[in-house]
Design a protein around this ligand. Sequence first.
Ligand code: C5P
Length: 238
Amino acid sequence: MGRNQQQTANRIIVALDVSTKKEAIALIDKLPQVSFWKVGLELFVSCGTEILQILQERQKRIFLDLKFHDIPNTVAGACNSALAYGVEFLTIHATAGKKALQAATEAVAKGNSRPKLLAITLLTSINSRELAFDLKIPLELPEYVLQMGVLARDSGIDGAVCSPQEVVQLRQVCGDDFVLVCPGVRPTWAQTGDQKRVMTPAKAIQAGADYLVIGRPITAAEDPALAWDKICQELADI
Ligand code: C5P
């Protein structure tokens, strides 16, 4: 792998979306070239911190995507507990509010290898109709996402998880240092599945994403290693 290809490969986070430790280990071992894995609620509830130890032992980078949403004291405690596992990215809902976001920021600042905190602005499963009628938010969806991004940044949060469609505006408003991590990425040859507003990996990076989260296009591919190579190649060619 060339240097350019290695650099772009470091920006791809693969979603470890399986439900058992056995499946997780099988996938990690099948894809030794993947250096950055995302552990979500399903796997974490099933395996607990053991999965973080397994990734740590294999010297993998860890994105712990548990989307914290609680009172400041509890959120700070959860962030503090995560420090023991060398987690690099942690997620927190912007709607937990300024005090919780600040408490989380203060908690991670105590660690030696400080994890980056990423805000969830609005779950991509929520559409504009639900935002207006169910959640009673009187803002257009893109405006709301931006407002949550600004709240997070002003509270000391390092970045946000966002749809590739939101990257350009969030980058403009939150600045170059704000880390933008995008799921909803699909190469042209992969199925979209339940992701509605997708973009190719190359377009998402060109739009300004710092990292991409990719799950099924790699993990559910007939040949996951080949799918990984194709995506790395596509990115190296930009
Ligand atoms: O398989 P796929 O590529 O769709 O996986 C995307 C990953 O990113 C999943 O783990 C999903 O839960 C996560 N995610 C998302 N949209 C968000 C936040 C996280 O798809 N807004």
